[in-house]
Design a binder for this molecule. Structure first.
Ligand code: SF4
Ligand code: SF4
Length: 382
């Protein structure tokens, strides 16, 4: 669910408290740690994963996006832009991103909210207070706050401050990290998180570089460091590993097996959960709004049977089989309205119903001490 409440102004005086750049505050999340959570997505990421589901989080600066369906063609934005970064053509509004400095004036003046500024500066205290508004859900479900991104570690001092504020308000905290962060940043954050969600996408360094734009030595070293800090009691955080299963990239038995071996050898008994997260294509429109093309725009969802086969591979890779969980979106072959199922999707055929399943948890694993309704898996029909 996207936060629709008013946000604070983006600019702050020079002597104001340190601020962090937040892309989005997502409430009622069930996929970023235990229970019902509020996930704060921070802007900026050192990786360029070709399948990225949050392309608007990659840039460490505010950005403008245009919603074509809302535009009146009034040209107000062209007149107010101090950088002359906008032009209206037969194909629509063109944003010269080399000129645009993300000031947001065009979005403020647009009469129809066709322009949206992505990225808002918050102080740590205000952000924690905002997140704490959902405290009732956290208490009943065993949830809390998750700092995600982008890569939250790029704003480590601010995020640590934010997590500390959350903890002082009695909230449970989690850090979702790519692992591609300076070790000192990771150590700072590990000390403020009750849970760390650590991505392991690929063990082969050349494949990792080809798919994410970066090698994985820092990530693997940071994972080993984290395991050591847990052993030494330098962090009390729990440790979950997450692996995205991307069609043609990481959805291979060899990749899953290699990650499993690495977890078994380097993570030992510290890893409480290993989530295999099936690819979803719900972010296509985000790429369009940013004027970007997406390599995976036509990639199909994974059949449920393939996801389960990779989960079996993971369980046989040397880890404790009980830590392996699955999540993400899968095809429901039986509900394919075309009447047939299986691979070989054609653009001409009606697409099958999609089902998003929760991130490795069944609803029965939520706190049963409450009589409140529990979150249900979301149904999505394209
Ligand atoms: S954000 Fe500022 S610089 Fe960028 S297009 Fe809008 S008004 Fe121009
Ligand atoms: S101000 Fe808004 S509605 Fe008017 S042309 Fe610009 S984007 Fe379209």
């Amino acid at each position: 669910m996207t936060d629709s409440r008013p946000k604070p102004k983006a600019t702050a005086p020079a002597n104001a408290p340190r601020t962090g750049l937040v892309l989005e505050i997502q409430r009622m999340s069930t996929e970023d740690g235990p229970g019902i959570r509020t996930t704060v997505f921070f802007k900026g990421c050192p990786l360029k994963c070709r399948w990225c589901h949050n392309p608007e989080s990659i840039s460490p600066r505010p950005e403008i996006v245009w919603h074509q369906a809302r535009c009146l063609g009034c040209r107000t934005c062209l007149e107010v832009c101090p950088e002359k970064a906008l032009s209206l053509t037969a194909d629509g509004l063109v944003i010269d991103r080399k000129r645009c400095r993300g000031c947001g004036t065009c979005a403020e003046e647009c009469p129809s909210t066709a322009l949206e500024k992505l990225g808002t500066y918050w102080t740590a205290a205000n952000l924690a207070r905002e997140a704490a508004k959902d405290r009732a859900y956290f208490n009943r479900s065993g949830g809390g706050i998750t700092a995600s991104g982008g890569e939250a570690g790029l704003q480590a001092e601010f995020v640590a401050d934010f997590l500390a504020h959350c903890q002082s308000l009695g909230l449970r905290t989690a850090l979702d990290t790519s692992g591609h962060v300076h070790p000192e940043a990771l150590e700072t954050l590990a000390g403020k998180a009750d849970l760390i969600l650590f991505d392991l996408k690929e063990i082969d360094p050349s494949r990792h570089k080809a798919w994410t734009g970066q090698g994985n030595q820092l990530i693997l070293d940071n994972f080993r460091r984290l395991a050591g800090w847990i052993d030494e009691g330098r962090t009390g955080a729990g440790l979950w590993v997450r692996t995205p299963l991307i069609p043609g990239a990481t959805d291979r038995a060899e990749t899953v097996r290699a990650i499993g071996r690495f977890i078994a050898e380097q993570g030992g008994g510290r890893v409480e959960r290993w989530e295999l997260c099936a690819f979803n294509n719900l972010c296509r429109e985000k790429y369009n709004r940013l004027g970007l093309t997406w390599d995976f725009a036509q990639a199909p969802l994974m059949p449920r049977a393939d996801l389960e086969a990779l989960a079996e591979t993971a369980r046989a890779s040397g880890v404790n089989p009980g830590i392996v969980q699955t999540g993400g979106a899968t095809r429901l072959e039986a509900l394919d309205r075309s009447g047939s199922s299986g691979p070989g999707d054609s653009p001409d055929r009606p697409r099958p119903d999609l089902r998003l399943i929760q991130g490795g948890r069944s609803t029965s694993q939520l706190d049963d001490s409450t009589a409140e309704p529990k979150p249900q898996p979301r149904e999505v029909t394209p």
